[in-house]
Structure formats: C-alpha cells, structure tokens
Ligand binder design. Structure first.
Ligand code: SAH
Length: 384
C-alpha cells in the first residue's frame, strides 16, 4: 500500500528551513530554494507550474512533496480612510483578522499571532472571544502574503507594504517559534525585505520570552503598559500579577542593552476615561520612563504611544476626551518623554486596535461568559 506522505507547506519555512528541505527532501541546491521563495513572496505565485525558471523535473518533484497553502479570504472590507481589513479562514472553523493601514509614505500591516487570545486584558475585544490555538508560521506569514498580493507589493521596487506590527489578535510571545520564523521571512530579502526596525512585536509583558526574543531576533519591541503602577496594571492586564512592572521594565532594559541595533522600546498606553488618563497617572508614567532612560543610559530609550481607547459592545470603558489626552501628552513631553498619540484608523470597519475579533471556536469559557454579560446589559449578541 502506498504511504500517504503529507506535503510540506512551503509557507511554514523560512530561508534556512527551505534550503534544508530542498537539500534533504528534494536533493536540490540552495539557490533553487531561493528562486522558489521569490516566486512566492515577490510575485505571489503559489502554483509550481507557473514557476517558469524551474526545470520540469524539479516542478514535478515539488508537486509531489510540497504545496503553498495561503489563508482563505472569507471577507474583506475597505474603510473610508484607506484602511483595509481581511477576515482570513484558518482551518474551516476559525478565522482571524489582519488590517492594512496606509499613511503618508508608509503602509503598515497589523498581523495576528493566535486564534483569539489566552490573556484576559479587560479593555480588549479579542479577549472576549476566548482562545483556540496558536497560528502556524504559514498562517502568520500568509497574512502578509494576502496583503502583499492585494497591494501588488514588490519588495525594493513597488514597496507598498513598509511595516509590519504584530498587534493583531493574540499574544505573539506565547507563540514564540512560529512568530520568530514568520518575522524572519518578513525581514528576508527573498521574503518581504523589511528592515528590523520596520517589524514590531507587541507584547502584554511575557518577561522570560522578551529575554528569548532578545537572543533570537532584532525586531522593534513594543510593550502594552497602560498603567505605571502595579495595582492598576494588574486590573487592566492580569498578566501583570505574574510579571509586575519592575520585572517588565528590567526585561525591556536588557532588550535594549543586549544589542547596538536597538535603541528604544515603545510603551503603548491605551487611554481610558477616568481610569488611567489623569495628570497623576501621566506623572507616574513620566517617572517610570525617566528611570528607564537612566537604566539604559540613553535619552529617549522609552517612547510612549498613547492609544485612544476603541470601544466595542459590552465594554465598561470609554475613550478619554481629546482634552485629557492632550493634557496627558503635555505632562510627558514637559518631562522630556517622547510621546505620540496614535491616530485612530479603520474604526468604521472595526479594524482599530483592540477591535479585532475574527471567528474563534473558544476553548475557554470566556466567550460564553461574555455573552451572558452582554445579555445582562440588554445588548443583542449579534451586534457584538
Ligand atoms: N497581545 C499583544 C498584541 C495585541 S494588542 C499586546 O498586548 O501587546 C495590540 C495593542 O492594542 C496593545 O497595545 C493593546 O493593549 C491595544 N488595545 C487592545 N484593546 C484596545 C482597545 N479597545 N482600544 C485601544 N487599544 C487597544
């Protein structure tokens, strides 16, 4: 009886893995792997027969042992501000979201790392969806492939996709290996050719994994802080109980100090009315940032990104007023802390930070609990 051999999805491999696959499984040379990478990521070709600079025999071998499976677009939605959101089917049951955000001279893709999220950040819509599983490398880089294909992106020539942020659904550092491998394809010249600084990983603060990332990758690090004292941060980001602010800041300092290629960490701070947006909170944050700069002995090592809260049905939080956000920013700027306010984009299509939901077959009880919570508030579930 013929043994059924599972084909290798080439999107699961970075350059090193692909070279090994070509050598060990196909008995081919490395430069063949490079040609195939370019077909896939530069020209968005997934059919081996269309890879015309490969010989017939090699194409037949590829057909037998390999495939290129990209995520299925279930739904896509352009926003009036140019933002574009995709709902991508992952396995017949689950779907995740990816969002492209064009802005003067740059195009940023927000990529998901998990189906749902296991952390329970109180102000994030993804959290209400519960958690199903980690995404594979193919499913992560596949989001970039879909966007690049849609945009007609050609690295170095027709560059529409200039930045990737791992800020979609999920906690990227809880899916470490697949995320790091996918980020290596994003940065590879045979992949999407993005500089280290143009790939950003955002974490809720998985301290041990920040140290691992420091060894294995040189990407930009963003940390979701949201509060500068432990009591409030634990309320908003329950992970803080396990890795409190002092430990988190120490890990961030080690990240910057470990490589000359890194000079700063961005701290994200979602502004919620009456919760974390008052002058005393800003002063507390300014102190924390100055301490951080002193620890790493570099001015502007800690940058702050203020994100106006994006509401979703059933949330108990509200967005801070513009005046409060400006006052908060001014206190930080007056303390010499580099502080930006992130412009809200794509909120008409629920594509803004913290609004990504996808379709999660929840393996926790979170989704059911949230539905009950909505019912108790008289909110129709379909609207959520
Ligand atoms: N798990 C990772 C990445 C996903 S969240 C992390 O926590 O960093 C990406 C960013 O959006 C984070 O800074 C997150 O705190 C923020 N965010 C989540 N919900 C939000 C909301 N409702 N409004 C504004 N920002 C939100």
């Amino acid at each position: 009886m013929n043994e059924v051999v599972k084909k290798q999805n080439l999107l699961d491999l970075d350059r090193e893995g692909l070279e090994r696959f070509f050598a060990d499984t196909l008995g081919e040379q490395r430069y063949r792997a490079h040609q195939v990478m370019k077909w896939i990521h530069h020209r968005h070709v997934t059919d081996f027969d269309a890879m015309t600079d490969l010989g017939k025999a090699l194409r037949a071998k590829l057909q037998e042992h390999a495939e290129v499976v990209v995520p299925q677009i279930q739904f896509e939605k352009p926003s009036t501000d140019g933002t574009h959101k995709w709902l991508l089917g992952m396995d017949g049951k689950n779907a995740i979201e990816a969002v492209f955000i064009p802005d003067k001279g740059r195009g940023t893709l927000c990529v998901s790392s998990q189906v749902g999220c296991a952390l329970n950040c109180q102000f994030c819509s993804t959290a209400t969806q519960g958690f199903n599983r980690n995404l594979s490398t193919a499913e992560i880089i596949g989001q970039v492939w879909v966007a690049a294909c849609h945009l007609g992106n050609v690295p170095h020539l027709q560059r529409k996709l200039t930045n990737v942020v791992m800020m979609g659904m999920g906690e990227p550092l809880m899916n470490f290996d697949n995320v790091v491998r996918a980020m290596s394809v994003m940065r590879d010249d045979l992949g999407y050719g993005l500089a280290n600084k143009r790939v950003t990983l955002s974490t809720a603060g998985m301290v041990p994994m920040i140290d691992r990332l420091s060894v294995e990758s040189d990407v930009s690090l963003a940390v979701s802080l949201h509060a500068a004292n432990d009591e409030l941060r634990t309320e908003l980001v329950p992970l803080n109980k396990k890795y409190p602010i002092a430990e988190l800041m120490a890990a961030c300092a080690r990240y910057v100090q470990a490589s000359k290629k890194r000079d700063s960490v961005t701290f994200e701070y979602t502004m919620m009315r009456g919760i974390n947006d008052q002058p005393q909170h800003a002063r507390e944050l300014a102190r924390l940032m100055r301490q951080f700069d002193n620890t790493v002995q570099s001015r502007d090592a800690g940058k702050v990104n203020l994100i106006p809260f994006n509401p979703f049905p059933g949330t108990r939080y509200e967005r801070s007023t513009d005046a409060d956000i400006r006052a908060f920013q001014k206190i930080l700027l007056d303390s010499q802390v580099l502080t930006m306010v992130r412009r809200t984009r794509g909120d008409d299509i629920d594509a803004a930070c913290g609004q990504l939901k996808g379709q999660v077959v929840d393996r926790t009880r979170r989704q059911a609990e949230f539905k009950l919570h909505l019912q108790s508030q008289g909110i129709d579930d379909a609207a959520a």
